[in-house]
Ligand binder design. Structure first.
Ligand code: NDP
Ligand code: HSE
Length: 437
């Protein structure tokens, strides 16, 4: 069979890794795909910049639309990121009858419904394995391996940068900023790292996973999103004292006719497998009614692991170039006509346990007042601890772990606690989840 020409838009961390893996493993990749896969064209922003990959034999341009319009290119691989130019390139490639592979979760989470509609109408594939959890084949697992299941919950550590920072705080007592700089230097962070820190990147990924798990249209705006920016070193160590680890989680959980869709830091038991997922590693727990709990682990970012998923998608697309489009696996696992919206649980209605950290005046009766407010709001205390010694103003840190309650009860209780004259600063609240079935 004739070689297949592909065009790569973007030769940064992921694009460079992709070209590298395609060169390095070309013989095995050809045996798997059934034909040679050749990168014939690539686009970059700066033609003078030196590249980490071998670009010999690749015609370089700084106009990404030249790649999308090249008649010899069958598959366009979009690896520039962002939601505007990337969207135009993908739509142009589809318009020109080309299949697309992308690692761009922002693009899929926010514009995926339009993109998949356009691809479906033309009988084309848009593959996006690398968009979620780097090197873990979680899209394939959910879409194909678990196709027989009704998914009960999906809980993932899906942002490598946040996990890298939290791990540094836990293991080395490091501060936030230097850990972020390390993650950036290693190529893990987004070009705008606030996407990682504020939870937006994880919310993009959860949007995609939830859609595939529950057969719902992509709806990024429905995900409650909180990042790790407010977590302090003392929260990491207080949690540790109590037998928990703080992880940044994406949670999609079925509850009757509704689904919880939320991304936030969370205390989990230190004995749970997810608690030992450190550094840039990602892991996703998927619980199906038939299979029970499964956990999928691997590198969540970086050139080679992400390239592994991009190349797997390229091979998949090449294998099915001649297949009848009707026989391909649907983009979002469920047939496009079978996607149905589901109500998302309002934040106030979610139920979980909580870790609270307060700075309170160290005098008789203060803890009793706090306990009274919690009780009046249906919040029951599991553990309470005074941490450290009194500061110069006579305040001391108090940590409380509660039993499960409704978020709206907790919010009301926190408001009342913060109004007490003996409370010196806003209450720190972190949700706590045992990840049980
Ligand atoms: P980089 O910033 O490292 O690379 C971006 C590349 O795109 C660069 O080569 C840049 O060119 C090129 N580029 C940007 N804009 C244009 C343009 N208008 N025209 C032509 N080329 C352009 O990003 P990453 O490789 O880290 O990320 C790429 C995508 O992969 C993003 O969607 C990201 O979210 C996703 N992703 C990243 C992971 C990671 O570990 N980094 C993991 C999983 C997904 P130049 O080099 O000349 O500046
Ligand atoms: N910035 C992302 C992360 C890259 O840190 O997980 C992988 O999607």
């Amino acid at each position: 069979m004739e070689p297949v020409n592909i065009g790569v838009v973007g030769l940064g961390t992921v694009g460079g890794g992709t070209v590298d893996v395609l060169h390095r493993n070309s013989a095995e990749i050809s045996r798997r795909a059934g034909r040679e896969i050749r990168v014939s064209r690539a686009a970059v922003r700066d033609l003078d910049r030196s590249r980490s990959c071998d670009t010999s034999g690749i015609t370089l341009t700084n106009d990404p639309f030249e790649v999308a319009n090249d008649p010899d290119v069958r598959v366009v691989v979009e690896l520039i990121g962002g939601e505007t130019t990337a969207f135009e390139i993908v739509m142009e490639a589809l318009e020109q009858g080309k299949h697309v592979v992308t690692a761009n979760k922002a693009l899929i989470a926010t514009r995926g419904n339009e993109i998949f509609r356009a691809a479906h109408e033309r009988g084309l594939v848009v593959a996006f394995e690398a968009a979620v959890a780097g090197g873990i084949s979680i899209i394939k697992i959910l879409r194909e391996g678990l196709a027989g299941n009704r998914v009960k919950q999906l809980v993932g550590i899906v942002n490598g940068t946040s996990n890298y920072i939290l791990t540094g705080m836990h293991e080395r007592g490091s501060d936030f900023e230097p850990m972020l700089r390390e993650a950036q230097a290693l190529g893990y962070a987004e070009s705008d790292p606030t996407f990682d820190i504020d939870g937006v990147d994880a919310a993009h990924k959860l949007t995609i996973l939830a859609s595939i798990a529950y057969g719902i249209p992509l709806d990024f705006s429905a995900v409650y999103t909180e990042g790790i920016g407010t977590i302090q070193g003392k929260d990491v160590s207080y949690a540790e004292d109590l037998g928990y680890r703080i992880k940044h989680l994406g949670i999609a959980r079925r509850r009757g006719n509704r689904v919880d869709l939320r991304v936030h830091p969370c205390l989990i038991p230190e004995t749970h497998l997810l608690a030992s997922v450190d550094g840039v590693m990602n892991a996703i727990l998927v619980e199906g009614d038939a299979v029970g709990q499964t956990i999928h682990y691997g590198a969540g970012a970086g050139a080679n692991p992400t390239a592994s998923s991009v190349v797997a998608d390229i091979v998949d697309v090449v294998r099915t170039l001649t297949a009848d489009p009707g026989n391909r696996v649907p983009h979002l696992a469920f047939q496009p006509t079978a996607l149905t919206s589901k109500d998302v649980t309002p934040l106030g209605d979610i139920e979980c346990a909580y870790y609270l950290r307060l700075l309170a005046l160290d005098r008789p009766g203060v803890l009793a007042e706090i306990a009274r407010i919690l009780g009046e709001n249906n919040v029951s205390i599991e553990a309470i601890r005074q941490q450290g010694t009194k500061n110069n103003d006579g305040n001391v840190s108090v940590v409380i772990v509660t039993h499960k309650t409704r978020e709206m009860s907790m919010t009301r209780a926190i408001g009342a606690i913060e109004a007490l004259p003996a409370i010196a600063e806003p209450v720190m609240r972190i949700r706590l989840d045992t990840l049980e079935a």
